[in-house]
Write a protein that binds this ligand. Sequence first.
Ligand SMILES: Nc1ncnc2c1ncn2[C@@H]1O[C@H](COP(=O)(O)OP(=O)(O)OP(=O)(O)O)[C@@H](O)[C@H]1O
Ligand SMILES: [Mg+2]
Length: 381
Amino acid sequence: MPNYPKRSVKSLKKNPSKQHKSNKNTLSKDISEYNNLILQCIPSGVIVINMDGIVTICNPSADSILGIDCTKEKDKSYESVLKGNSHVAQIIKNGMNGETYFRKQIQIKADGGIKWIGISTAILYDDKATPMGVIAVFSDITDVKELESDVKLKERLAAVGELSAGVAHEIRNPLSAIAGYAELLKKGLSEDEIALSVDGIIKETKNLNSIVTNFLSFVRKPQPVFKETDVNALIKEVISMVSLDKNSERIDFNIRTSNALPNIDADPFELKIAFLNIIQNAVQAMPNEGRVTVKSGIQYGMIFIEITDTGGGIPKEIGDRIFNPFFTTKEQGTGLGLAIAHKIIESHDGKIEFKSKKGKGTTFIIRLPMNRVQGFKGSRG
Ligand SMILES: Nc1ncnc2c1ncn2[C@@H]1O[C@H](COP(=O)(O)OP(=O)(O)OP(=O)(O)O)[C@@H](O)[C@H]1O
Ligand SMILES: [Mg+2]
């Protein structure tokens, strides 16, 4: 920390005995000194340049953060002051062209290493609104970034641990069934009993295969192949697939798609998997009879697909876990259905959310952009 001069600010107080003009001059001189003292003391770096690109203000923190010597260099252009900091120089140059930044995080080379700084810029105007220059304020955020990446690594490791535990758990059940059938085969069995055991092994092997396939489709980064897609037609296809299933006989399917729905840029194969998982969940949520309603339409400039069931609802306490891989409340479930659906919708820059009422039912809402330029980049349902 630089050794800043200790100055009193008492002189800012009004002295009624002096003339008004001299008071005003003294005051503005004192304010300027006061401002200067503030600049000397604050831990943020401040650099101000005029419209000719000359550095007019630069404080000690700017020197220490950027590893420069701007407080000593007078009337120098920002390019020469910042010659080792091309990124910062570029940001100031952009400011002169009217492009400003708010808390932009950049990496710089300083003190023989890499530092992260958060930088904001603003255009400085005089009282006639004429641009006078650019002001850049920045601070060292290296510690915060390091902490952030530590936390991210820990989160990733925890997720890998959770996934591995889930895979192990899912694989163990069919494996022990296969081992049981194999033990039986070692004993002298009748032909029928042998056939039964072999059938059991085949069934469990298929089960294992589908667990691995599901798991892989979850962990692999989806690579959607986008083409013009008729979402209403996809919904109809999925409903007719699900309604063929014996378990769906008790369910009344209600399709209320909008005729105004445009075709969208999407991967129809992937979207079908997402819809199928959500509709299957809806059917499974109604062990007796019930209704599944699928609506489509346009809202907020995006298309939406709403899947509503009249099942028991999603209990509040598990609401924030249902999209987690391997989270399931079903005996036969792998807990990958919604995790896969979520990933697919995200890869389409869409959003998936749900609302649910105990004893009344659940609605899943999928929102998808109509073309590849739109989207909910970075959001999560
Ligand atoms: N429509 C719904 N109504 C009530 N609960 C639901 C509904 N959809 C999902 N859930 C809850 O979310 C959990 C996770 O769903 P998900 O589809 O990921 O896995 P799963 O259905 O249990 O197994 P899988 O889909 O892999 O066969 C379910 O076990 C269930 O508890
Ligand atoms: Mg499911």
